[in-house]
Design a protein around this ligand. Structure first.
Ligand code: PLP
Length: 404
C-alpha cells in the first residue's frame, strides 16, 4: 500500500455535515423514496428577473474575461453604496473585496490572519464551517455555549471570560444559522463595550442573513453600533440568501485596507476573481429595486409561524420563535431515550421513520436540538410537520411503554 497522499491538515477538518445530510436525502429521493429535505440552507425562490437580465446583458456585452482580483470597480462601488445606505458604514474601494461566496470571504480572511495557536471565539450554536476553517489554519476554536435560555446569543460576561491574550477573532453571526437568533442594538453595544477594552481582538461579523428579519426587528451590524471597532472589524455579507443567488457564488466584505489587501493576495494565488457574470448580476442586485424583499420576508414570516406553531403542538418538542434567517432550532431533548440517545440518532431516525431530513444540533455545537430550514413552500412544510408529528407520537408512545 502506498503512503496516503493526504496532507496532515486534512485530519483537522470534516466534510460539512449539512451538505452530507442534504446529499443523503438526495440519494434517497433518487432511489424513489418520498423524502422531504428540510436540511438545506437556501431559499426556494428564484433569482429575481432583473438580476438574471443583468447577467444576460453582461454575457452579450462580452464581460466574460478576468476582472480585478478583488472585484470590478462597478461592483465594489455597488458594495460601498450598500454598506453606506443600509448600514451607515463608509468603506473606500480598497477596503472592499468580492469573493466566490461569503464562505470564501471567511476562508480567505482566516487564512490571511490565523497563526498556529491563535484563538477564535465562536458562540455555539454556530454555523458548521467556522470551527473547521479555524482549525484548518492551525487556530483554536474557542466555543462558548449560548443556550436557549439566553436566546442562543453570546452575553458580554461570556465574551469577557472567553478573551485571552491569544484571542485573534470573535465571530458573530446575526441572524444566526442555525437558530435564527439576531442581536439587538443594545446586545451588540454590550459586546462592543467589552471589545473596546481588548484592542487585540478583531471581529468577523457574518451578516449574510441581514435582510431576513421578521416582526419589524431592526437590524444592526457591530461596526455600525460601535464605530470605534470598525478598524478591527470585517463586515461580511453576500447575495446568496437575500437574493436567492446561492449558485452564483458571490460574497463580499468591508474591512481595513491592510486586511483586505492580504485577502486579495490569498485570492490572487487561488481562485483569482469571482465569476465576472455573477459580479455583473450582483451590481444589479445591490443597486436595483429591493421591493421583492418585503414579499419574501412576509412569506418567510408565515412559514416560520406555521412551523413554530406546529412543532410546539407536538408533545416532546419545543421550539423558540427566531428573529430571522430561515431556520428554527427546536429541542428534541425530551424525546431522547436509550434507543435514540442523541439528536444525531434522532435525525437519522426521523429520516428513516418520517422521511424528513433535518440537521442534528451536535453539528452546530449544541446537542439536544435539531435544525429545520423552512425555506420551502407552506404545503411542503405542512406535510413535513405532519410526518414529524406522527413519528414523534410513535416515539413518545414507545418511550412511555418502556418506562411504564
Ligand atoms: N455564513 C453563514 C452563517 C451561512 O449560513 C452561509 C451559508 O449557508 C454562509 C456564510 C455562506 O454563504 P455563501 O453562499 O455566500 O458562501
Amino acid at each position: 500500500m502506498p503512503n496516503s497522499i493526504l496532507a496532515d491538515r486534512m485530519k483537522l477538518i470534516q466534510p460539512s455535515p449539512t451538505l452530507a445530510i442534504a446529499g443523503k436525502a438526495a440519494e434517497m429521493k433518487a432511489a424513489g423514496i418520498d423524502v422531504i429535505s428540510l436540511s438545506t440552507g437556501e431559499p426556494d425562490f428564484d433569482t429575481p428577473d432583473f438580476v438574471k437580465d443583468a447577467a444576460k446583458a453582461a454575457l452579450d456585452k462580452g464581460q466574460t474575461k478576468y476582472t480585478a482580483v478583488s472585484g470590478t470597480p462597478e461592483l465594489r462601488k455597488a458594495v460601498a453604496g450598500k454598506f453606506k445606505r443600509e448600514n451607515g458604514l463608509d468603506y473606500a474601494l480598497n477596503e472592499i473585496i468580492v469573493s466566490s461566496g461569503a464562505k470564501h470571504v471567511l476562508f480567505n480572511a482566516l487564512m490571511a490572519t490565523v497563526n498556529e495557536g491563535d484563538e477564535v471565539i465562536i458562540p455555539a450554536p454556530y454555523w458548521v464551517s467556522y470551527p473547521d476553517m479555524v482549525q484548518f489554519f492551525g487556530g483554536r476554536p474557542v466555543t462558548v455555549q449560548c443556550g436557549e435560555a439566553q436566546g442562543f446569543k453570546l452575553t458580554a460576561k461570556q465574551l469577557e471570560e472567553a478573551i485571552t491574550p491569544h484571542t485573534k477573532w470573535l465571530i458573530l453571526n446575526s441572524p444566526s444559522n442555525p437558530t435564527g437568533a439576531a442581536y439587538t442594538k443594545t446586545e451588540l453595544e454590550a459586546l462592543a463595550k467589552v471589545l473596546k477594552k481588548h484592542e487585540h481582538v478583531w471581529i468577523m461579523s457574518d451578516d449574510i442573513y441581514e435582510h431576513l428579519v421578521y416582526d419589524g426587528f431592526e437590524y444592526f451590524t457591530i461596526a455600525q453600533v460601535a464605530p470605534e471597532l470598525k478598524n478591527r472589524t470585517l463586515t461580511v455579507n453576500g447575495v446568496s440568501k437575500a437574493y436567492a443567488m446561492t449558485g452564483w457564488r458571490m460574497g463580499y466584505a468591508g474591512g481595513p485596507a491592510e486586511l483586505i489587501k492580504a485577502m486579495d493576495v490569498v485570492q490572487s494565488q487561488s481562485t483569482s476573481n469571482a465569476s465576472s457574470i455573477s459580479q455583473a448580476a450582483t451590481v444589479a442586485a445591490l443597486n436595483g429595486d429591493q421591493s421583492f424583499l418585503k414579499k419574501w420576508r412576509d412569506s418567510f414570516t408565515a412559514r416560520r409561524d406555521l412551523v413554530v406553531k406546529t412543532l410546539n403542538a407536538i408533545p416532546g418538542l419545543s421550539c423558540a420563535t427566531p428573529e430571522g434567517a430561515f431556520y428554527v432550532f427546536p429541542s428534541c431533548a425530551e424525546l431522547l431515550n436509550k434507543d435514540i440517545p442523541t439528536d444525531t440518532a434522532f435525525c437519522a431516525w426521523l429520516l428513516e421513520e418520517a422521511k424528513v431530513a433535518a440537521v442534528p444540533g451536535e453539528a452546530f455545537g449544541l446537542p439536544g436540538y435539531f435544525r429545520i430550514s423552512y425555506a420551502t413552500s407552506e404545503a411542503v412544510l405542512t406535510e413535513a410537520c405532519k410526518r414529524i408529528a406522527e413519528a414523534c407520537g410513535k416515539l413518545k408512545q414507545a418511550t412511555n411503554r418502556k418506562t411504564a
